[in-house]
Design a protein around this ligand. Structure first.
Ligand SMILES: N[C@@H](CCC(=O)N[C@@H](CS)C(=O)NCC(=O)O)C(=O)O
Length: 217
C-alpha cells in the first residue's frame, strides 16, 4: 500500500500531532502543505479542519481518528496503550486537550497574540490579562500531572503527551506562559526533556501562524 499522506500545515498544532505519531512509530509518510480551510482539506473534512489523511484509497479527518488508525495499522510502539486503564487515561487526556485546553491555550490565548483583533494590530492587553488566571490553572493541572513520572499517563510516552507537546511549544514562546514553563517547574522540565525527542525536533514549525486560504489565491 502507498505511504500515508498527511495534508495540513507544518505550523498547525493538530497537524503536528499526527506527524509526531508517524515519527514516533517510524512510519514512512509524506506531508502535503495546505493552507487553513483550503479546498484539499474541505475535500476530506466536512468542516475544513486540518489535518486530513489519505492512505491508498482511504481518506480520514480528525486528528484523533487519524492517530488511532495509524497506531492500529502500523507496528509498535503503541501510542495508545493496550492496557485498558492506561489506554483510557490516554483517551481522557486527548479529550481534555480537545475540549478544554486547546480552546483556551491555543484558540484563545495564543491567537490573541497571533491575530489581535485590535484597531492598531497590537495584542489586546486587557483581554490577555483576563485570560491569565485560566491559563495558569490549566498549566498547573498539567504541571501536577507530569510531576511524578515525567509523562501524562503512567511511565511511558503516549498519545496524550503528543497532544500536549505541540501546544507547549507555542506557549513557551509567549511571555506569560513562557515564564510558567520555566525549567524550575515539572512542566518546564517535561517540555525541555521531550522537546529533545526526534519526533518533536523533526516537526518544529517554521515561524509565524498558518496561512488561511482565500479563493483569490
Ligand atoms: N478536532 C480537529 C481540530 C483541528 C483544528 O482545529 N485544526 C485547525 C488548525 S490547528 C484548523 O484546521 N483550523 C481551521 C480554521 O481555523 O479555519 C482535529 O482534532 O483534527
Amino acid at each position: 500500500m502507498s505511504k500515508p499522506e498527511i495534508i495540513g500545515s507544518s505550523r498547525s498544532s493538530y497537524t503536528r500531532v499526527v506527524r509526531m505519531v508517524c515519527e514516533e512509530k517510524g512510519i514512512d509518510y509524506s506531508l502535503t502543505e495546505a493552507e487553513l480551510a483550503a479546498p484539499e482539506i474541505f475535500a476530506i473534512h466536512p468542516f475544513g479542519r486540518m489535518p486530513v489523511l489519505r492512505h491508498g484509497d482511504f481518506m480520514l479527518c480528525e486528528s484523533k481518528a487519524i492517530a488511532t488508525y495509524l497506531d492500529r495499522t502500523f507496528p509498535e510502539p503503541r501510542l495508545i496503550p493496550a492496557d485498558p486503564r492506561l489506554g483510557a487515561l490516554t483517551e481522557q487526556w486527548v479529550s481534555l486537550v480537545n475540549t478544554l485546553l486547546d480552546p483556551l491555550l491555543i484558540r484563545t490565548y495564543l491567537l490573541a497574540y497571533a491575530f489581535p483583533m485590535t484597531a492598531d494590530g497590537k495584542p489586546d492587553r486587557a483581554r490577555i490579562d483576563a485570560l491569565l488566571p485560566k491559563v495558569r490553572e490549566q498549566l498547573a493541572l498539567l504541571d501536577k500531572t507530569v510531576a511524578p513520572s515525567g509523562y501524562l499517563v503512567g511511565d511511558s510516552f503516549t498519545l496524550a503527551d503528543i497532544y500536549v507537546l505541540p501546544m507547549l511549544h507555542y506557549l513557551k514562546l509567549l511571555p506569560e506562559s513562557g515564564q510558567m514553563l520555566d525549567v524550575s517547574t515539572p512542566l518546564g522540565r517535561y517540555h525541555q526533556t521531550h522537546s529533545a525527542r526526534p519526533s518533536f525536533v523533526r516537526t518544529i514549525p517554521p515561524p509565524g501562524p498558518p496561512r488561511r486560504h482565500t479563493p483569490a489565491g
